[in-house]
Ligand binder design. Structure first.
Ligand code: PLP
Length: 385
């Protein structure tokens, strides 16, 4: 490619320790996975409840392919919207306590679709600085005035809302922040949205399945009602263990999205069998509360052990437990040493996180054993000096 200087660009990334490469996984997703023929303990999956390879979910998927085949054949608005999708939408609406829900093919697309469908020039969007990339991109793509407030800083958000003259205002936050693991100050967000007549959108990709007695996420964890937020987004690729996403809210919201969300309209529907598998995983997620209990006791075990070792944890009670290292190359070196010892823990580097805050992002799942966590702690003590 003339004038693009791709080689130079790649070399620069390598020198800065920012070059990314993919690990090739040769096994199903699990707490133990096989890389290069070697089994290692996996501490970076978002499959928090161990459902990605659960026999009931797999079986539901297989049975559904016998009925629906593989491809959905079309977009939802043409002829790709099957009874399987429709049923899952109803189940998700009931689960989240909303009037309606609509499926998207990915969480990234859900966020882009929602924000660009609802906002345009002259409107204003207020986003936490640490929001997921898809929320930030959606805000930018929408053409609305784009305001980022300091992470979880409600005074900073209040100031920005105060000075905005926009007619339509939308506040957007992650429920559980994906690289830090902390939970959004959702009660204060609800209050501010009411005081300033702004709408509130919550992306609970990492909260669903993990937080709340029935796994309904950040709202349930905070004893809030579905109606306290205007737009609720969840993804199926994490605790649900499948793929895709949903948006839940009022009848009017969902109908508007079906008319206007371009990432909904102009894309092929997810395979119907994925919807059936997701219905099966929803049942497990709601009813097998032992998965959440196991996960939370592992989280406690990890936090206590890491604190005793003097490791620098972040203020997180979720399944995401980052250890702040700081320097990028050092973080990558530690991650490599851990892999040599048989532990997969990814190094999270800029631009995913801000400069000098590179970290090891450890995620726990209900499939880990207490011995696995002990072994990880021993390995961390060995490699972090
Ligand atoms: C993972 C994630 C997404 C993207 O969801 P996909 O289905 O993986 O595209 C969106 N928002 C948040 C907060 C996420 O963590």
């Amino acid at each position: 490619m003339k004038n693009f200087a791709l080689r130079t660009r790649l070399e620069t990334l390598k020198q800065q320790g920012l070059y990314r490469s993919r690990r090739i996984i040769e096994s199903p997703q699990s707490s133990r996975i096989i890389i290069d023929g070697c089994e290692c303990l996996n501490f970076c999956s978002n499959d928090y409840l161990g459902l990605a390879n659960h026999p009931k979910v797999v079986q539901a998927f297989q049975a559904a392919t016998n009925i629906y085949g593989v491809g959905s054949g079309s977009a939802h608005l043409i002829c790709g919207h099957s009874v399987a999708h429709h049923n899952l939408e109803a189940e998700i609406a009931a689960f989240t306590g909303n009037e309606r829900a609509v499926l998207f093919s990915t969480g990234y697309m859900a966020n882009i679709g929602v924000i660009t469908a609802l906002l345009g020039r002259g409107d204003a969007v207020f986003e936490d600085k640490l929001n997921h990339a898809s929320l930030l991109d959606g805000g930018l793509f929408s053409g609305a005035k784009f305001k980022r407030y300091l992470h979880a800083d409600m005074q900073n958000l209040a100031n920005k809302l105060q000075t905005s003259t926009a007619q339509k205002k939308l506040i957007i936050s992650d429920g559980v922040f994906s690289m830090d693991g902390d939970i959004a100050p959702i009660k204060d967000l609800v209050k501010l949205s009411q005081q300033h007549q702004a709408a509130l959108m919550l992306d609970d990709a990492h909260g669903f399945g993990v937080l709340g007695a029935t796994g309904a996420g950040t709202l349930e964890h905070n004893a809030l009602q579905a109606t306290d937020v205007d737009i609720l987004v969840g993804t199926f690729g994490k605790a649900f263990g499948t793929a895709g996403a949903f948006v839940a809210g009022s009848e009017a919201l969902i109908e508007t999205l079906i008319q206007a969300a371009r990432t909904y309209i102009y894309t092929t529907a997810m395979p119907a069998a994925i919807a059936v598998a997701t219905s099966a995983s929803l049942k497990l997620l709601m009813h097998e509360t032992w998965r959440r209990e196991t996960l939370h006791s592992l989280i406690m075990q990890f936090k206590q052990g890491a604190t005793q070792l003097g490791l620098q944890l972040m203020p997180s009670d979720s399944a995401i437990q980052p250890i702040l290292i700081g320097e990028t190359n050092k973080t990558v070196a530690i991650s490599q040493k851990l892999l040599q010892l048989g532990f997969l823990v990814t190094a999270i580097r800029p631009p995913t996180v801000s400069p000098d805050t590179a970290r090891l992002r450890i995620t726990l799942t209900s499939q880990h054993k207490t011995q696995d966590v002990d072994a990880l702690l021993t390995a961390l003590a060995q490699v972090i000096t």
